[in-house]
Ligand binder design. Structure first.
Ligand code: HEM
Length: 432
C-alpha cells in the first residue's frame, strides 16, 4: 500500500463510519460524510487499525464509473468486500489451499475466466428471454399483494412484501421448490451474515470470527449438496429455468465442477434477493411520504420505469464493492500503487450532486438517471433486467390495488455495510 500523506487520509471519524454497519443504518449522517469527502478528498485513504487492511475510498461518480469499467487495471480478485475479519480470511485460505474465496462466484473472478463463466447465463438474463417469465412473476406479485391487502389497514411492508417476493422469484428461476425456500434463505443468511441483530437468525452477530467462518464453510457444503441434486435433475430433464442452464453449461468442453456450480447458484440466489427487496421497500417508503407522487403514479403508469430506476439509485442497495489495482495508476490525482485496495462506493457515487440534481430527493420523473447502482463494466449486474422487470410488475399491482398509503411508524434500516436497506416499513393504507 502506498504511503498516504495526511492530506489523503480520511479523518478518523469518517474512516470508522464508512465501514460501520450502524452508520449505514443511520444513513443521512453517512451521506453528509460522503459529501465532505467527495468535495475535499475524492480518493481518501481509510485506515482503521487492525480491523482491516487500509484502502482507498472513491466517492465521485466519474471515478467510480472509470474504475468499474477498467477491469484490466482494477481487479475483483482477491477480495471483493470489506468484512473486516482477517482471522476468518486465514481460515478460509487454509480450507481452500490459498484462495480467499470459498466458492468461485462471478464477482470473485477476473478475465480470462470471468467472461467464460458469465457468458453461460448472459443470454438467459436478457429481456427477450425474461419475457417468458412475465406470467409467472405477475402471479407471484398478485399473491404477494393479496397478502398485503388481507393484512390491512396496517402492516409491515418488508416481511409481507419486499422480502418474500424477490425470494420467491429467485427460487423459482433456480428451480427450488417452495417447500425448500426457507432452507435456502437460511443458508444464504449464514453465508452473508448477520451484521444486524434483528436479522441475525443464524446467531452470527454473537460469534467469533472462527465460529462464523466454520458456519459459512458448512453452509457452502450444504448448498453444494443441495444443488448437486438439482443439477442431476436438470441434466436428466432440462427445463427453461436458469438452473438448467447452469447444470448443463460447459466451459472449455467440461461441465462445471460441483463447487463452481454451487458458486453460480449461490451468487444468483444471494445477489437477486436482498437487493431487489431493498429497492422495493425504499420506493414504497418514498411514496408513503409523498402522497402527491403516489397519486401521479397511480394515474400515469408511463412513470413506472422511472420510479423503478429512481428506487434503485436512491436506495443503492449494494453499497460497495472492492477492487485491487493490478498496476500503479492515478485516480482523482492520487497515486495508487499496484496491489492497493480500493472501495467503490455506489451510495456515494449515486449521491454526487454534479450528476444528480438534489440527489437526496426521490424523484420518479428524474431524467436522465444514469445511476451506478448496478455497477458498470464487465461485472455490471447480470440480473439488472430481471430486477427492473420484477419491480415494475410488483408496483403495477400495488398501484392497482392500493388507493392511499402513509407511514404508520418509523421505518428502520438494517445495519449492514455491504447490501443494505429497510428492515421494517410500517404502513397504513386504503384499498382501491
Ligand atoms: C452484480 C446490484 C439485482 C445478479 C451486481 C453488482 C451490483 C449489483 C452493484 C456488481 C457490479 C459491478 O461490480 O460492476 C444489484 C442491484 C439489484 C440487483 C442494485 C436490485 C435492485 C440482481 C438480481 C440478480 C442479480 C435480481 C439475479 C437474479 C447479479 C450477479 C452479479 C451481480 C450474478 C455478478 C455479475 C458479475 O460479477 O459478472 N449486482 N443487483 N442482481 N448481480 Fe446484481
Amino acid at each position: 500500500m502506498a504511503i498516504a500523506d495526511s492530506a489523503q487520509r480520511a479523518p478518523a471519524e469518517i474512516a470508522a463510519a464508512v465501514i460501520d454497519p450502524v452508520a449505514y443504518a443511520e444513513w443521512d449522517g453517512l451521506l453528509d460524510k460522503f459529501d465532505v469527502l467527495r468535495r475535499d478528498m475524492p480518493v481518501a485513504r481509510i485506515e482503521n487499525g487492525e480491523l482491516h487492511d487500509p484502502f482507498w475510498l472513491v466517492t465521485g461518480y466519474d471515478d467510480v464509473m472509470r474504475i468499474s469499467k477498467d477491469n484490466k487495471t482494477f481487479l475483483n480478485s482477491p477480495r471483493g468486500v470489506v468484512f473486516g475479519f482477517r482471522e476468518g480470511e486465514e481460515i478460509v485460505k487454509a480450507v481452500t489451499g490459498g484462495s480467499p474465496h470459498l466458492v468461485n462466484s462471478l464477482v470473485a473472478l477476473d478475465a480470462p475466466i470471468h467472461p467464460k463463466y458469465r457468458r453461460l447465463t448472459q443470454e438467459w438474463f436478457m429481456p427477450k428471454n425474461l419475457k417468458q417469465l412475465e406470467g409467472e412473476i405477475s402471479a407471484l406479485a398478485k399473491t404477494t399483494v393479496d397478502r398485503l391487502v388481507e393484512a390491512g389497514p396496517e402492516a409491515d411492508f418488508v416481511p409481507l412484501v419486499a422480502s418474500p417476493y424477490p425470494l420467491h422469484v429467485i427460487m423459482q428461476i433456480l428451480g427450488v421448490p417452495e417447500a425448500d425456500e426457507q432452507r435456502m434463505l437460511f443458508l444464504t443468511q449464514q453465508m452473508f451474515g448477520g451484521q444486524d441483530e434483528d436479522l441475525n437468525k443464524t446467531g452470527m452477530a454473537n460469534m467469533t470470527a472462527e465460529q462464523i467462518t466454520q458456519l459459512v464453510i458448512g453452509a457452502v457444503a450444504d448448498f453444494e449438496t443441495y444443488f448437486a441434486k438439482i443439477t442431476e435433475e436438470k441434466r436428466a430433464n432440462p427445463t427453461d429455468d436458469v438452473a438448467s442452464v447452469i447444470a448443463n453449461a460447459k466451459v472449455d468442453g467440461e461441465y462445471l465442477s460441483d463447487r463452481d456450480m454451487a458458486g453460480y447458484y449461490i451468487i444468483v440466489a444471494s445477489a437477486g434477493h436482498d437487493t431487489t427487496s431493498a429497492s422495493t421497500a425504499g420506493a414504497m417508503m418514498a411514496l408513503a411520504q409523498d402522497p402527491e407522487q403516489f397519486a401521479r403514479l397511480k394515474a400515469d403508469r408511463d412513470l413506472l420505469p422511472g420510479i423503478v430506476e429512481e428506487a434503485i439509485r436512491w436506495t443503492s442497495p449494494v453499497q460497495h464493492f472492492m477492487r485491487t489495482a493490478a498496476e500503479d495508476v492515478e485516480v482523482g490525482g492520487v497515486h495508487i500503487k499496484e496491489g492497493d485496495w480500493l472501495m467503490i462506493n455506489y451510495v456515494a457515487a449515486n449521491h454526487d450532486d454534479r450528476v444528480f440534481d438534489n440527489p437526496r430527493k426521490f424523484d420518479a420523473a428524474r431524467s436522465p438517471n444514469r445511476h451506478l447502482a448496478f455497477g458498470a463494466g464487465a461485472h455490471q449486474c447480470l440480473g439488472l433486467h430481471m430486477a427492473r422487470m420484477e419491480m415494475k410488475i410488483l408496483f403495477n399491482e400495488l398501484l392497482d390495488r392500493i388507493e392511499t398509503v402513509e407511514l404508520a411508524g418509523e421505518p428502520q434500516r438494517a445495519k449492514s455495510s455491504f447490501v443494505g436497506g429497510l428492515k421494517t416499513l410500517p404502513l397504513r393504507y386504503t384499498l382501491s
